[in-house]
Design a protein around this ligand. Structure first.
Ligand code: AHM
Ligand code: MG
Length: 335
C-alpha cells in the first residue's frame, strides 16, 4: 500500500530539497490551501443557501461577477493579506493591484489569481476552480509591491496551480520540478496526494474548443479543426465544458489539445482573445509544460509573454506535445 501524504507534508519534503529555502513559499502555499478549503465548502453549499446568482457587478474584463466569485475573491484576500509573505496581489476580479494593508509586513512574493474560473456556468453545476500564480517580487523587499512585481512572464513563476471544485475537489500544484495532484478528503479536510508526478500523454484523442466561434477564426485554425474531425486525423472526440480549469485538467490527465484561438468578431484586423495571461493562460500553460506538455499562442510559448497590463489576454493552444505540434503546423501554413 502506498503512503498517505498530505499537501503540507509534500511541501515540506519539497522544501528540504532546497537547502537555502526560508520556508516562506511553503507557508504561503499552506495559507492558500486553507483558503481553497473555505471556498470549496461554500461552492458545495451554494445551492442550499441561495448564494447562486449575479452580484450585479462587472469585473475588470467586463464579465458579470457572481456572488461566489466575490466570496472566493474576499476569502483569498482575507487569508493572504496578513501572512507577511506577499508584497501585493492581483486578481481577475479587481481592476488594479491589491495592496497589502499598511499594518501588515510586506513579503517577497506576489500572488496573481482567478478566484473562481468558469463561474458563468455555475448555475448548471459545472466544475469551477481557482487558478493561482506566484512570482518573486522585483522591487526592494519590505516596501509596498507595485505593478512591476506583478507583470512578469510565466518563465519567472516560482509556483502555480489550480483547484477544481467538483464531484471531488482536487488541487494540482507545481513548484517547478514536477506536477502533483491532491484530492481533498472532505471527512478530514485535508488535501492528500492522489496523482503524484502527473505526466501528460504525448498525444491524446480529445480536442477542446468553442466551435461556436468558428466563423470568426483565421482560416488556418478552421482548417486545423476540420482536419482533426476528418478520418485522416481521427478518431478524435470533441469535448468542451466552457470552464478552462475543467477543460485543461482533462487535457492534462488524458492528453489532447485545448484551444482558445483569436476571434475576429469585433476587430476584423487584430482579432480578440478571451483568456487572461496572468490569471488563466499563464499559470495553466505553465503547469501543462511542467507535466511535459506545450502551451503556445501559436507565435510563441505562452510562458515567454510578459504582460504589459494586468488584464492582458492571449490566444492559447495547450496540450500534448504531438497534438500542439499538429496545430502549429496548420497555424504556420505548413499543412
Ligand atoms: P471566467 O473567468 O469569467 O469564468 O471566463 C473564463 C472562461 C474560461 O474558463 C473558459 O475556458 C472560457 O471562459 C470559455 O469561454 P467561451 O464561453 O467563450 O467558450
Ligand atoms: Mg477565469
Amino acid at each position: 500500500m502506498s503512503a498517505i501524504v498530505s499537501v503540507q507534508r509534500h511541501l515540506l519534503e519539497t522544501q528540504r530539497h532546497h537547502p537555502t529555502a526560508t520556508g516562506d513559499l511553503t507557508a504561503l502555499l499552506w495559507d492558500l490551501t486553507l483558503a481553497f478549503k473555505l471556498i470549496n465548502a461554500e461552492v458545495n453549499k451554494a445551492g442550499l443557501v441561495n448564494l447562486y446568482g449575479l452580484d450585479g457587478d462587472r469585473n475588470a474584463s467586463g464579465d458579470d461577477v457572481t456572488k461566489l466569485d466575490r466570496f472566493a475573491q474576499d476569502t483569498i484576500f482575507r487569508m493572504m493579506d496578513h501572512g507577511g509573505h506577499l508584497c501585493c496581489m492581483a486578481s481577475e476580479e479587481e481592476r488594479e493591484i491589491i495592496p497589502i494593508p499598511a499594518k501588515y509586513a510586506k513579503g517577497k512574493y506576489v500572488l496573481s489569481y482567478d478566484p473562481l474560473d468558469g463561474s458563468s456556468n455555475i448555475d448548471a453545476n459545472v466544475s469551477v476552480g481557482t487558478i493561482f500564480a506566484i512570482h518573486r517580487r522585483r522591487t526592494p523587499e519590505g516596501t509596498d509591491g507595485t505593478e512591476e512585481d506583478v507583470l512578469q512572464s510565466g518563465r519567472a513563476l516560482v509556483a502555480a496551480g489550480y483547484v477544481i471544485y467538483g464531484s471531488s475537489t482536487m488541487l494540482v500544484l507545481s513548484t517547478g520540478q514536477r506536477v502533483d495532484g491532491f484530492t481533498l478528503d472532505p471527512s478530514v479536510g485535508e488535501f492528500l496526494l492522489s496523482h503524484p508526478d502527473i505526466r501528460i500523454p504525448k498525444r491524446g484523442k480529445i480536442y477542446s474548443v468553442n466551435e461556436g466561434n468558428q466563423s470568426f477564426w483565421r482560416e488556418n485554425t478552421r482548417r486545423y479543426v476540420d482536419w482533426i474531425k476528418s478520418p485522416e486525423a481521427g478518431p478524435y472526440k470533441g469535448r468542451y465544458i466552457g470552464s478552462m480549469i475543467a477543460d485543461v485538467h482533462r487535457t492534462l490527465l488524458y492528453g489532447g489539445i485545448f484551444l482558445y484561438p483569436r476571434t475576429f468578431r469585433h476587430d476584423p484586423v487584430k482579432g480578440e482573445c478571451k483568456l487572461r495571461l496572468l490569471y488563466e493562460a499563464g499559470p495553466m500553460g505553465w503547469i501543462v509544460e511542467r507535466a511535459g506538455g506545450v502551451a503556445t499562442t501559436g507565435d510563441e510559448p505562452v510562458a515567454d509573454l510578459v504582460p504589459t497590463h494586468l488584464h492582458d489576454t492571449c490566444p492559447v493552444a495547450i496540450g500534448s506535445p504531438d497534438d500542439v505540434a499538429d496545430y502549429l503546423a496548420f497555424y504556420r501554413g505548413e499543412r
